[in-house]
Structure formats: C-alpha cells, structure tokens
Design a protein around this ligand. Structure first.
Ligand code: SF4
Length: 638
C-alpha cells in the first residue's frame, strides 16, 4: 500500500478503499478557525452532545482579529464558551495561524485531522491525512469522531536531487502547480516519495502540503524520517514520533517526477496560483508592496531566512513591507534572538500573528498596485483591491525584492542562510486555553443568530423560480465574502441580504416576497470554495430546490447537508424554466425513497419535465429529514 492508503486503512470505519467509493474514516483531531468556526459550533450546539469525540479538537481565532465592532468580539467569546463546554482547546487571537499552530503543537504521524479550512492539509507534512471540509462536516466529526468522503486516488510525486541555494519549498510546489494545474489534484491525494525528501525540512514539506490545496487535492502527505523527529524535538514532542512510510511494493494511480536540482525561483502571476513562470522572466517588475507570512510561509525558518536578507539593509522607499510570523512562539523566538530587530531596522512593519492580509483583513494594496506575497492564493480581489496584481513568491524572493524595489533574484552571498539551526521552540506564550466544564453557559451576543434548519420533505413542493443564472456560478456569487461581511459569518439573516447581489440585486427581495422558491443554474453551479454559507443562506431563505446542468462537488454536499434538493437537468430542462413562473414538483418524496426522477410541472402552461436526483443512502436520510442536523439522530449518531 502507498502511505495515503495505509493511514486511511488504519482509520477505515465503512466502505472500501476504491477510488470514487464513499468511505467513512475515524478522525483523531479537528480544527476550526473563526470565520467558519462560529457556524460549525452553532451546529455542534444544535447536536446536543457533550465532550467532543476526538482526541484533540482546537478552535483557533486567526482570520478576523480586527475587532472593529462588537460583532467580531461576540464571535470570539461565543467560540471560547463553546470550547469550554465541549472540551475543545481554545487558541486566543494573536496566537497565530491555525495550520502553523496545529503543526507545531498537535500534529502526530499516522493520525487523521479534519478542519474547517481548505489549507488543513498542511499537517500532511507530519505523515498525517489532514483534510479540509465544510463546517458542518467538522461539527459532525467533533460529535461522532467520523468523517465521510469520496475515496481519492493517489498521485505519486517523486522528488530526486537537491535544490540549489535560493530555490525554496515554495518553488517546488509552484513547479507542481505548473505541471498539474489548479484542477490536477481534484479527488486525489498527492503523496511525495524519493530521496529528494531527505533534503527538505519539516516546514519545507508543510509549505508544499499547504499549497496542495491549490491543486484542488483532497490532501497531500509526506513520509516521516529524521527531519520529522528533529522538528518534534524542537517542539519538545519527540515521544509523538512514529515511522510512517509507503510499502516496498506501493502502487499509485499517477506519477510525476521532479529533479530538485533543475528548479529555479518561480512566481505565480495574477490571478491564479498555477500561472507560474520563472522569476527571471519578470525580473525588474516594479512593486509597491511585499507581504511575508500566511500559513504557507511563516515558519521560524522562513522568518530567519527573510531576516538574514534584511539585516543591515533598507526596504526601498516606495515599498511597504509587512511581515506576520506564523505563531506567537515564532514571534517570541525572533524577538529573543534579535531577528525581529533586524526586520524592524530594515523598515518592515510587523503584524499580529494571524491571517491578516491573506484574507483581505487589512493591507489592501494600492489601486492597480503590484503586491508580492508569500501566501497561497492570488484570486482577483482577495487582497481587498480589485485591480491589484498579486504575485506569489518565496520568502527569500519577497525579502530581496522589498530591498530592491522590484522583483529580483539577484542575491548576494552574505544573504544566504542554508540550514536554519535546529532551535528548541519557546512554548510558554499562554495563548492556548484548555478548559472543560459541561455546565458552561454559552455566550450568545446579538451578532450570533441561530443556525437555519430545513423542514421534513413532503411529496409535493410548489414555488416560483426566483432566480435563473448561467454557468460557473461560484460560492462567492451566492454569498460574497469581504472584510465588511466577514464579521457576519455567525449571522445568516444579515448575510442573506447580500446573497447573489453581484448577479441580481433583487434576488433577496424576491425570495422574501415569495417565501422561498427555486433557483435554476447552468454548468458547475457552486464552484469555488467550500463556503458552507452558500447553502445556509438559501436554506434560511427557504429555497427548496436548485435545478442545474451540473453541480460542484462540495457545494452539492453542502446543499444536501442543508436539506436542499440538487436536481440535475439537461439543456431542454434549463430552457423549460422561466423567471417568475410557478412550478410544482409532483413526486419528490417518492422520488427520493425509490430513486426515481422528479416530475416538474409548469403551473401556467401545464408542460412537464423530469429532473435527476442521485443520492447515496446517507444523503437520502438527510434530504428526507430536511438536512443533516435534523437527521443526526436517525443516522445513529453518525
Ligand atoms: Fe487561509 Fe490565508 Fe489564513 Fe492560510 S493564512 S488559513 S490561506 S486566510
């Protein structure tokens, strides 16, 4: 067996390890962050369970820490109180980015982790299966210790050789993205093999696993070795070490070979992480801003390499350099060893340890500005400036370019820090709270609104088409996310007012006037992120069914979790629907129970069509009960 299947097999509860089959695995650890966590914990509360059923559950506050209004603090206090009630470790704002902290403090070889953040695979560097999922799936994992997924196939990425000075782990994953594209990992696990692995530190591997999310991969995984043990020793956790490796005769579904000695510094151009070219091609490009940090590149080694380049030099006058260390431990270490002073003397702004600019919370670039960032995503507008160009680079290229004032890879010899010395981590920063009191009263400030619940399915459903849209509607079209809306992730009624506002500014009013109804979409409906709110908001607005030519995988699951019917139609079916006509679904319950097509009649013309509904047994129960929260007891605590 390959390593990925070895770990899955040791955690398998249901199903067979055959690509495409539905499987259920035992979960050892969970993580949440604040922007998805508030809803996940409202859902956990609704399940009325006691202590979490996993070995370790951690609630991080890292995305939105600006606290510009009470809404943000309400969310943080709510999460802190739920964490205490259910025995979840609470990570206070300022402690750092969830993935960096999980890696440093809790990652364990051979374990499974599910997290309500798409970069949860970072911990694959520790020889774990670490998967990003929707908040409700994470809430279910906390309540039951189980997670359901489609069994992925496995790509082998075989690393040989040794990278040259100035080539970093970021360049390795940018190379993989150049080769496989942002769709290359969908429904796949990326497993790294080969003698090149030994040349990479644990945090190099974490950078590579982190950006496996940009491949669309379920997760990425490395075997464990001396480098893993060394990192665990730095954390004072050597007892957690376990050897994890693929079998001698391991097989894979696909293979990619990369000779590390052939790599050069690379850059991903706007607006996609796979638009990768050699830095040399763009060398000399004028820049306005440089950001070093995020869960991709904020390790102690990343910071030390950047500090070495900055030491005794000066950031170019027209450049704003901002640096966010990944954790409070790293910040304390940089502070004690003098590297922080080197950064500040050079003219760097030091940010709080957290996501910050990566999620558009502050440091929006100049209009039409050029920002070099060590983050993992450069989608249009994510930085907070719609017409800015965000380029993704390594910390070394970022630091050097900040000094030069333009994109550069002309390093000087005294800037090079080959191996960052193995350094014991400072662990007494007091940002983790471990409390358990089942009698804790959960704090519900005015920004916290109840989680929407669906109704039990009936056989006939009447309603109007309140919105008809085209292809590739994304979760961001359905529920936009920006710095003004991020504080309302626990307030679905407020978010609902902005639903589809980029597509049709009357959608919300029509849905309210009609008491819900149906939406008609084209191909790939619900593409983009795993944003669960794109299903919670339609649930709140009483949208009963979505008809589409096809659905994006995660969004389809989120709709079913919310008791909304994802009905597949053909082009004739798409043409059949008119805005504002009344329709009736004639046999829904029967169709779900007996696996039949759903018959849809236009009440004005009396014409009918059929729509397809293909559901796994567990999904049928959820749809019949009006969503996963209502079905949780019937699913036998699943
Ligand atoms: Fe997400 Fe960026 Fe935070 Fe990482 S640093 S968890 S990519 S927002």
């Amino acid at each position: 067996m390959n390593l990925a299947y070895k770990i899955l097999n040791s955690h398998l509860k249901e199903g067979k390890l055959v690509p495409g089959e539905q499987i259920c695995i035992q979960i050892d650890q969970t993580l949440t962050q604040d922007s998805t966590g508030t809803m996940a914990y409202l859902q956990l509360e609704a399940m009325e369970v006691g202590h979490v059923a996993v070995d370790k559950a951690v609630a991080y506050i890292d995305h939105n820490m600006l606290q510009t209004g009470f809404e943000n603090m309400d969310d943080h206090e709510f999460i802190r109180s739920v964490a205490k009630k259910h025995g979840i470790t609470f990570s206070k704002p300022g402690n750092g980015v969830c993935h960096q902290l999980q890696l440093e403090n809790f990652s364990k070889p051979g374990q499974t982790l599910v997290g309500s953040d798409s970069h949860t695979p970072t911990c694959g560097a520790m020889g774990m299966i670490a998967i990003g999922a929707g908040g409700l799936d994470v809430a279910v994992a906390m309540a039951t210790g189980k997670y359901y997924l489609q069994c992925p196939s496995v790509i082998q990425v075989n690393l040989t050789g040794k990278k040259a000075p100035w080539v970093s782990a970021k360049d390795i994953i940018l190379k993989v993205l150049q080769e496989l594209s942002v769709k290359g990992g969908v429904n796949k696990i990326v497993e790294y093999t080969g003698e090149g692995i030994a040349t990479l530190s644990l945090t190099d591997r974490a950078t590579i696993c982190n950006m496996g999310a940009e491949l669309g991969a379920t997760t990425s995984v490395f075997p464990t070795d001396e480098r893993t043990l060394d990192y665990l020793k730095q954390q004072g956790r050597e007892a957690d070490f376990k050897e994890m490796k693929a079998g001698e005769d391991a097989t894979y579904d696909q293979r990619l070979d990369i000779d590390l000695s052939t790599l050069v510094p690379m850059v991903a151009k706007p607006h996609s992480p796979d638009a990768v070219v050699d830095v040399k091609e763009l060398e000399g490009m004028h820049i306005n801003q440089v950001v070093i940090g995020s869960c991709t590149n904020s390790s102690f080694a990343d910071m030390m390499r950047a500090a070495k380049i900055l030491k005794g030099r000066k950031v170019a006058e027209h450049v704003s350099l901002v640096i966010a260390p990944g954790s409070s431990s790293i910040l304390a270490m940089l502070s004690e060893n003098g590297a922080l002073a080197d950064m500040i003397h050079a003219g760097a702004r030091i940010l709080e340890c957290g996501c910050g600019p990566c999620i558009g919370m502050g440091q929006a670039p100049l209009s039409k500005g050029i920002s070099l960032r060590t983050i993992n995503r450069n989608f249009k507008g994510r930085s907070g400036t719609n017409d800015a160009g965000v380029y993704l680079v390594s910390p070394e290229i970022a630091a050097l370019s900040a000094i030069k004032g333009y994109l550069s890879c002309e390093f000087e010899d005294d800037m090079y820090l080959d191996e960052v010395p193995s350094t014991p981590f400072i662990k007494n920063t007091n940002f983790f709270i471990n409390e358990y009191d089942p009698q804790t009263e959960v704090y519900m400030g005015p920004n916290i609104k109840p989680v929407p619940r669906g109704d039990k399915l009936v056989n006939e459903i009447k309603g109007k088409v309140v919105l008809k849209v085209g292809d590739n509607i994304s979760t961001d079209h359905i529920v936009p996310s920006d710095s003004k809306l991020l504080p309302y992730r626990s307030n679905v009624p407020h978010l609902a007012k902005f639903s589809f506002c980029k597509v049709d500014d009357q959608f919300y009013n029509r849905a309210i006037e009609n008491g819900g109804g149906f939406i008609v979409g084209g191909d790939n409906y619900g593409q983009g992120s795993s944003r669960e709110h794109a299903a919670l908001v339609p649930n709140y607005l009483k949208i009963k069914a979505i008809f589409a030519l096809s659905f994006a995988r995660i969004h389809r699951s989120n709709l079913i979790n919310n008791g909304i019917l994802p009905l597949v139609i053909d082009q004739q079916g798409y043409d059949f629907f008119n805005d504002q006509d009344e329709y009736i679904l004639l046999n829904v319950k029967e169709a779900v129970e007996q696996g039949k097509d759903v018959v849809v009649k236009n009440q004005t013309t009396n014409e009918t069509i059929t729509a397809k509904l293909t559901l796994a047994p567990r999904e049928k129960v959820m749809i019949l009960q009006g969503g996963l929260l209502n079905a949780i007891k019937e699913l036998g605590g699943d």
